[in-house]
Write a protein that binds this ligand. Structure first.
Ligand SMILES: [Mg+2]
Length: 304
């Protein structure tokens, strides 16, 4: 709020101005059962150990998501894997949330747009999607994500939507100092953040160095004279910037544990609905769309 907006290097799809309801959803780990970029890095790139170290570097503030993520993907290209090959590997190995197909079919039948908002790359998402829901439906789903540059020699590189930072490093240092004063023994690399400021830093880091700020997919709907009810589905840190702008935020529960988005929402007091899969989420969306429940009521229930 009040901060300069990072410039987008990629176009946005048109805003659905006259819809009553719009669904926006994260892709990796929310619509899919596993993270496609982790899968590629672990199996085609420099492997799981280095990838996990990259994740730790992001959490500890030693690297931005954008830079660590670029490095992970560059290790795949450096190993000689072409982008076409990557798409094929993902087609064969990435599966959808079991309820997503029926969820999407219901949305389509009820004139509710479904928009994928992702920190990954549009061409790999499109490849997996067309394989799993069919070419025709895949074409109808808007994807707001990053892109790829493919070079003449077959190497490739992610092309970020928001490549620039817009939070000054001075501001980040001030936040770090304040958080360190409040939690002097915090070990950023080893422990999950425990103070409000730590979350603030992660939130700023995610917006300044994420490569794609997801809130810009959702905010234009807020300015419409007659805005639709917005449902947002997510599971991770990359969804934090969009989390507070939805009317109903769905947070995916992971088998065997908590997730970063749920923890962030609890600390920030952002009401949300936990869901196991899209089959469980569908009746909640239906109840709101059919006027049987208000958004406040489903948020108070807190679980799909
Ligand atoms: Mg995700």
């Amino acid at each position: 709020m009040g901060e300069p907006v990072p410039e987008s290097t990629l176009p946005y799809p048109p805003i659905y101005k006259d819809k009553k309801f719009v669904v926006l959803s994260d892709w990796d780990g929310t619509i899919t059962t596993c993270d496609s970029n982790d899968y590629m890095t672990d199996n085609l790139g420099y492997g799981k150990d280095k990838r996990r170290q990259g994740n730790l570097d992001i959490l500890s503030g030693r690297a931005t998501f954008r830079d660590a993520f670029r490095e992970m993907l560059e290790s795949i290209s450096a190993n000689g894997h072409t982008f076409e090959e990557c798409k094929e590997v993902l087609r064969q190995n990435i599966s959808l949330d079991a309820g997503f197909k029926a969820f999407y079919a219901w949305c389509k039948a009820n004139d509710i747009p479904v928009i994928i908002v992702s920190s990954g790359m549009t061409p790999t998402i499109r490849a997996v999607l067309s394989n799993l829901v069919g070419e025709d439906d895949a074409k109808d789903i808007d994807i707001i994500s990053n892109d790829v540059d493919i070079h003449a020699d077959g190497t490739w590189r992610i092309k970020f939507r928001h490549p620039t930072r817009y939070v000054s490093s001075r501001r980040l240092r001030a936040l770090m100092r304040r958080a360190t004063r409040q939690a002097p023994r915090a070990r950023w690399a080893l422990l999950p953040p425990t103070t409000h400021d730590a979350w603030l830093i992660l939130s700023y880091a995610s917006r300044s160095g994420y490569g794609h700020d997801k809130s810009h997919a959702i905010l234009p709907y807020r300015d419409l004279p007659d805005p639709p009810v917005l449902f947002f589905f997510g599971d991770g840190v990359s969804d934090m910037s969009a989390a507070r702008h939805a009317d109903v935020l769905f947070v995916k529960e992971k088998p065997g544990g908590d997730n970063d988005l749920a923890a962030y929402c609890r600390r920030e007091g952002i009401k949300h609905v936990l869901f196991d899969d899209f089959a469980a989420a569908l009746p909640v969306v239906q109840a709101v769309v059919e006027g049987k429940k208000t958004t406040a009521e489903v948020l108070d229930a807190g679980k799909a």
